[in-house]
Design a protein. Structure first.
Length: 728
C-alpha cells in the first residue's frame, strides 16, 4: 500500500461537493414519493437481501487474508443502525507491534448507502473516513474491504460493493502507529428513512518488523571465528483451547488442539486455568504430536483449590512445587518444557489432566500454548569498515541467531550488522489442499492424509484372460438363482455405492414385498478357470442385519464371508488366496436369510470390481505419487527449508523430490531429500514437490503423507538494518 498524492485527495473532495447537491435532491424526491411507494421499495429491496447475502457469503470466502497479515474481528456481533443516529463498535487488539499496512473489512446491510457515514477511529483517536454518503443508493456493504492499494475508489464501485476499494480517507495515516489498543468503527445514519445493521467488521494488519539488536563478544587471542548474537524479533504465538471441560473424578481428561502451522519451536510455555476443590489430587502433563510427554506438575499441594491463570515456564524463578494455591502467576514446571524445543509445532497437542481421587470434581476452563517459533530469518554481514563499503562475508538468510564468521584475522577490526525477514509458509495439510495437486495411484482420506490407493494394485497386476477377470461389466457370463419371488436381483450402476467398477451386482430384500422366512436365498454364479491364478480381489458393501449369511464360494467351498454383526459396511479390495484352486470351478456370490421367523425390513448387498491375478505378478510392488501445485516466490524472496510429516511402515517407502516448474526430473541435488532440508541454494523461483510412494504387494502397508510445507523468507516483511557493532 503506497501513499497516495495530494491530487487524489483533492479530486475526492471535489467529487463529493458535486455529489452532495445530487444527494440533497435525491432525498427530497424520496421523501415526496415515500407515501406512495415506500412499501414496494422496501419489499423489493429486502427481497433482494437474501440473494445478496448469499452472494456476499460466497464472495467473503474469496476475500482471503494475504500471507503475512493478521485478521482481528470485533466480537460485538450485529448492531442496529438507528435512523438519525450513530452506532459504534469496538475491537480490542492486545498484540504489540507497529502497523506496516492496514485494511478494513465491513459487512453492513442498509437500503440507502447514501445515508451512511463510516469512520475508523484508531486507539490514538486518529480518524479515517472510509465512506460517507456514497451514491447511488444501494443495499449496503457486503464484505467490503477498504484498501489504499485498491484499483477503484469506493465512490467508483458498484453496489453492494463486493471486493476491494480505496477509502475516501487514507489508511496510510495509520502506518507506523501502534496496533495495540481499542479500535472503533463508527457508522452514522443521517436520514429518517430506512434502517440497517452493522453485521461485522475486521482489521487486516501487517505488522512492521523491527530490526534485531546485534551484540558481539570479544575474541580471545589467536581465535579465528567471530560470533555475533541477535535478539529474536519474532512475536509470541498463542494457541488456545477455550472450551470448559469436566475433569472426571478418579479419571483422566485429555483436551486436544490441532495446530496447522509448520514452524519449529524455539521456546514454549503453557497457560492453564483449572477449577478444582483439591489441587493435591491433580496431575497435568503436556503431550506433543510425536508423543513426547512433559509433566507440568503432579500432586503438588497439600491443600488449596484452583489454578488461576497459571503459566508454566522453564525460565521462571519459582518452581510450581514451591507455590501455593491458587497458583496465580508464572512457575517452573516439574518436567522440562525445553524437551519440546526444536520440534515442529504442527500436529495434535494434548493436555492431560488426571484426578487420582474420588469425592471432588473440577473443570479445565482453558489452556494455551505460548510459543516462540522459528518464524524469522536473519541476514548478517561482516565488513572491514563501519560504512559497509567493504563487505567481507554474510550469513545468508538463516534462522540461526548466533552466526559465526570464520577465517578472520584476530588482529583486524571488523563491523557487523543484521536485518530480518518474516518466514512465510506454503503448506498442504488438508483434503482440500492435497486435491489441488496431481494424484496418481493415491487417495486422500477424510482427515486429509495422502495414502497409496488400495485399488492401485489394479494397475500393476494383469488379469490372466478376460474370462478370468470376473466382471459385471460383462453380465452375460453370470447366471442367477433365487427361491423367493420377493428377492430382487439386479445390475446397478456404480453410483449406487462407492465402488471402483462401472456396475454392481445387487441382491435386495425389500420391506415392501412382504414377509421373509429362514432359507430364502439368492446368488450370482460364473464359471472361472483358476489354473495359474493366485489371487482373487473384489469390493463388497452391505446394508443389512445380522440375520443374513453372505458368502463367496468357489467350487462349493466358502472362501470369504461377511463379518457377523455387520449392519452397514464397505469392504474395498477384499483379497482371497486361491493359489491352491485349479481347473474350472464356479464362483458363487450368495446371500441367505437365516432367521426362523418373519421380519419386515430392507436389506441390500453389493459386489463389484472382481479381478484375478497371476502368481508371477504377486511380487510386483505397487507405486503411487503426488505432485504439488507450483510453489512460487518473488524475485527477492529467499527459499528457506522444506518440511514434511509422514508415517512410513516397514515394507514401504516414501521419497520427496523437488521438481522445476516443468518436467519430471528432480532439480540437481534435490532428489530424495530429508525432512527440514535447507533449500536456500535453489535458484528457481517456481518449484513443485513430488511425493513418491512404494509399498509391498500387501496393499494394507502404505506410507502416509500427513502434510508438507515450504518456508521462504519474504522481502515484503523485511526490517531495516540493525545497529552496528565492532569486534574491538
Amino acid at each position: 500500500m503506497q501513499r497516495e498524492g495530494d491530487s487524489r485527495q483533492s479530486g475526492v473532495k471535489q467529487t463529493r461537493e458535486i455529489r452532495c447537491s445530487s444527494c440533497f435532491l435525491t432525498k427530497i424526491i424520496r421523501s415526496l414519493k415515500l407515501s406512495c411507494i415506500y412499501m414496494s421499495v422496501v419489499i423489493s429491496l429486502f427481497s433482494g437481501f437474501t440473494e445478496v447475502s448469499a452472494l456476499a457469503s460466497q464472495e467473503e470466502a474469496e476475500l482471503v487474508v494475504p500471507e503475512g497479515y493478521l485478521r482481528y474481528t470485533s466480537s460485538d456481533g450485529s448492531m442496529p443502525i438507528p435512523d438519525m443516529g450513530t452506532v459504534t463498535s469496538m475491537l480490542t487488539i492486545s498484540d504489540k507491534g507497529f502497523i506496516k499496512d492496514i485494511d478494513v473489512q465491513i459487512y453492513i446491510t442498509h437500503p440507502f448507502n447514501d445515508d451512511l457515514d463510516i469512520y475508523l477511529i484508531a486507539p490514538d483517536e486518529t480518524r479515517i473516513e472510509l465512506a460517507t454518503d456514497i451514491e447511488p443508493s444501494g443495499y449496503g456493504y457486503f464484505s467490503t474491504i477498504f484498501d489504499d492499494d485498491a484499483d477503484l475508489a469506493i465512490a467508483q464501485g458498484s453496489q453492494p460493493f463486493f471486493g476491494r476499494f480505496r477509502p475516501e480517507g487514507q489508511l496510510f495515516d495509520l502506518f507506523d502507529k501502534s496496533m495495540m489498543g481499542i479500535w472503533t468503527l463508527e457508522v452514522s445514519d443521517d436520514s429518517e428513512i430506512g434502517t440497517g445493521e452493522l453485521i461485522s467488521w475486521s482489521l487486516i494488519i501487517r505488522k512492521k518488523l523491527c530490526p534485531p539488536v546485534v551484540r558481539s563478544e570479544p575474541r580471545g587471542t589467536g581465535e579465528t571465528c567471530e560470533s555475533i548474537f541477535l535478539d529474536d524479533v519474532g512475536t509470541l504465538t498463542t494457541y488456545e483451547v477455550n472450551v470448559p471441560q469436566s475433569i472426571p473424578e478418579f479419571g483422566i481428561l485429555q483436551s486436544q488442539q490441532i495446530i496447522d502451522d509448520f514452524y519449529e519451536i524455539e521456546d514454549v510455555n503453557v497457560f492453564i486455568d483449572i477449577q478444582h476443590d483439591n489441587d493435591s489430587e491433580i496431575g497435568v502433563s503436556l503431550i506433543a504430536p510425536d508423543n513426547t510427554r512433559v509433566e507440568l506438575f503432579e500432586n503438588i499441594a497439600y491443600s488449596g483449590a484452583d489454578f488461576n491463570d497459571t503459566v508454566l515456564d522453564d525460565e521462571a524463578s519459582v518452581s510450581i512445587v514451591d507455590g501455593s494455591a491458587p497458583f496465580s502467576g508464572i512457575f517452573k514446571p516439574e518436567g522440562r518444557l525445553a524437551d519440546f524445543d526444536g520440534k515442529n509445532i504442527y500436529g495434535t497437542w494434548t493436555l492431560e489432566v488426571t484426578d487420582d481421587s474420588n469425592g471432588t470434581s473440577g473443570t479445565l476452563n482453558s489452556w494455551s500454548l505460548i510459543t516462540d517459533l522459528t518464524d524469522i530469518a536473519f541476514y548478517s554481514e561482516c565488513a572491514l569498515d563501519s560504512d559497509f563499503n567493504n563487505i567481507l562475508a554474510n550469513s545468508g538468510w538463516t534462522t540461526e541467531r548466533s552466526p559465526a564468521f570464520c577465517g578472520l584475522d584476530p588482529n583486524q577490526q571488523y563491523w557487523y550488522r543484521a536485518k530480518a525477514r518474516e518466514l512465510l509458509t506454503w503448506t498442504q495439510n488438508s483434503r482440500e489442499d492435497f486435491e489441488t495437486g496431481t494424484l496418481t495411484n493415491t487417495i486422500v482420506t477424510d482427515d486429509g492424509d495422502v495414502k497409496i490407493s488400495p485399488s492401485a494394485v489394479n494397475l500393476d497386476y494383469q488379469p490372466v484372460t478376460a474370462i478370468q477377470n470376473p466382471s459385471f461389466e460383462s453380465p452375460l457370463g453370470w447366471y442367477t438363482e433365487r427361491n423367493s419371488p420377493y428377492i430382487a436381483m439386479l445390475l446397478a450402476p456404480k453410483e449406487v455405492w462407492a465402488s471402483d467398477g462401472d456396475l454392481s451386482a445387487a441382491i435386495v430384500f425389500s420391506y415392501d414385498n412382504g414377509i421373509y422366512f429362514g432359507g430364502d436365498y439368492a446368488a450370482f454364479t460364473q464359471s472361472v478357470n483358476w489354473t495359474n491364478v493366485d489371487r482373487l480381489m473384489f469390493d463388497y458393501s452391505c446394508y443389512a442385519f445380522n440375520r443374513f449369511s453372505v458368502n463367496v464360494f468357489i467350487g462349493g467351498t466358502s472362501v470369504w464371508q461377511s463379518t457377523p454383526g455387520d449392519s452397514e459396511e464397505v469392504h474395498l479390495d477384499q483379497t482371497v488366496d486361491v493359489s491352491d484352486i485349479t481347473g474350472t470351478q464356479d464362483l458363487r456370490l450368495s446371500v441367505e436369510f437365516n432367521y426362523d421367523s418373519f421380519a419386515f425390513f430392507d436389506a441390500f448387498f453389493f459386489w463389484d470390481n472382481f479381478r484375478t491375478y497371476k502368481k508371477e505378478e504377486l511380487n510386483t510392488r505397487v507405486s503411487g505419487s503426488m505432485i504439488s501445485e507450483p510453489v512460487a516466490i518473488n524475485s527477492e524472496d529467499t527459499w528457506n527449508t522444506i518440511l514434511f510429516d509422514s508415517e512410513i511402515p516397514e515394507g514401504a517407502s516414501l521419497t520427496i523430490d523437488i521438481l522445476p516448474e516443468t518436467g519430471s526430473e528432480p532439480i540437481e541435488g534435490y532428489a530424495d531429500i530429508q525432512n527440514n532440508t535447507d533449500i536456500s541454494g535453489l535458484n528457481e523461483r517456481i518449484i513443485r514437490l513430488r511425493a513418491s510412494f512404494l509399498s509391498a504387494e500387501d496393499i494394507s502397508i502404505s506410507p502416509v503423507l500427513h502434510a508438507w510445507a515450504v518456508r521462504y523468507a519474504s522481502v515484503a516483511g523485511e526490517s531495516n538494518w540493525s545497529n552496528i557493532v565492532s569486534s574491538h
